[in-house]
Design a protein around this ligand. Sequence first.
Ligand code: MG
Ligand code: MG
Length: 627
Amino acid sequence: MLRWSIATVSMGGTLEAKLAAVARAGFRAVEIFENDLTFFSGKPKDVRARAEDLGLEIIGLQPLRDFEAMPEPMRARNFDRAERKFDLMEELGTRFLGMCSSCSEDSADDKERAAADLAELADRAARRGFRLGYEALAWGRHVRDWMQAYELVCLADRPNLGIVLDSFHICVNKNPIAPLADIPASRIGLVQLSDAPGILMDPMSLSRHHRCFPGQGDHPVGAFLDAVMKTGYRGPVSLEAFNDHFRGAPAAMIARDGMRALQMAGEQLDAGREQQGLAPLRIGTQLPVAAHIDGIEFVEFATGEASRFTDLLKGLGFERVARHRSKAVDLYRQNGLNIVVNREQEGFAYNFHELHGTSVCALGLRFDNPDLALERANALGAPTYFGRIGPGETLIPAVAGVENSLIYFMAKPAEGATNWDRDFVFDKKESQGALREFDHFSNVLRRSEFLSWMTFYKSVLGLVNDPQVEVADPYGAFYSRVIRTPDARLRIPLNIADGGSTAVSRFIDAFGGSGVQHIALETDDIFAFVEQARERGVSFLDMPDNYYDDLSARFIDLDPALIERMRSLDILYDRSKSGEFFQIYTATFEKTFFFEIVQRKNYELFGAANTPVRLAAQVSEQERAGF
Ligand code: MG
Ligand code: MG
């Protein structure tokens, strides 16, 4: 039966905890990695009973290594070893054994012998009612790609012997994918899925430490799954990701992420099949389609009772236009930008401020169909949060975002109405100014949470990702990957560091976790805006003179008068093939937050070339301020 499965090696913790996490995430099938049994304190039959209790089918045991084409007496010993695995399978109640191509120096480069060994083992397995799967490891001694493994399987030609198609080994060596569709389904033992980042590394190290779930890396996992399903294979599809961060994280989180990634893979598979005129396969539970995000209704800051933060907002041209009817909450507005300032002394925002200081505690997104979007979130294991409201106030459902901040699911208001009138008393409705759009929201994340949030944004909110960028920091390096709506209306760069004292790491220390480090706002005239904001008392991040000398060298056709104007105002510049970009940063507020103002002229990037100088300037700022 076609269904999702996960290999226990993909998670950390004890086998009992892994099985519980897998079941809770909605899996009904699991592959047992033998090491998990070795470290298990009970008997294999206890694992069988536990799995049965949890409604989990054990679809297979793996791996049997270094088996084929060995000289005697190792060959005879290998058959004894395999018989002991069969005994174990009997106790576990599973019928399938996964074996991988030999890495042993002693194995012979002899197809006939290798195939004869596989045939003999398959015959022994058949006597006990078992099936075998043979998988090419990308670093195998003689068999490294699926074409070679398939040749051996065909040579051995046993009905209970199939090939294991593991997307990692096939994609990492760039084996052809489309011809997989021509393998008869009867020759396929198992299908395994994982993804990996597109970094240059030997396949074994990449496999053992950096595999991740579909959609978290750069492998063509979708094309792989599409080709494999065209064979007519309808057995289990199992996640198998060896990853140090996964094993260090709570098993419940990883199992949930795995299910989210698979649900998304299944959705994309069916969308692709529909385009090709093929019937959908509907693996697993069906999700409501991702609802279209129409825009950003508001950003909410938790500020505590008395804060200078509103001075900064006013300096940037925001005006307080309304107050909440029953709470210490104000609405600041500039054109279509809404910023909610929450000064409450109890409840969610208060607690968030106690933990993180002045910070973004919520994001209000406007959906075409918020009910459907929420239904999808719930189906993907993101439950609905309802805040405390006063009588007659609007109940807005939310789901938990980074560090338990909230993402509100709001509706597009009806013609002539707004989302605000019921709860807020307005002094004025309109507020003009130079800032027009939210450009992006930068999330700084702990390394261990990066892939998890990426999968959250992609599966729950239907966002897509851009390629990963590496950025130099005065104290190390960090990585950035932009997640966005397909129309780029909402853009969230996810930034992570591998430790050290990079800006990312310092933010996490000062903030007390992951969070929104800065919000970028777009203007049509950055020069006029900065002059006005400076007059209103806003401090901007001081950029070093050398930066501007370097600009004139990098862009020799750039008008010297323009460079001087940028130098006097601390505005940064970048250029792409298609356009130009200007940006500036405010001084950091309470160590953890700043605004960026951008002006785009047909430029769709984020000024990554300027990030190192911005980071260096922020280090100088911190040293001056002594934080
Ligand atoms: Mg595998
Ligand atoms: Mg300067």
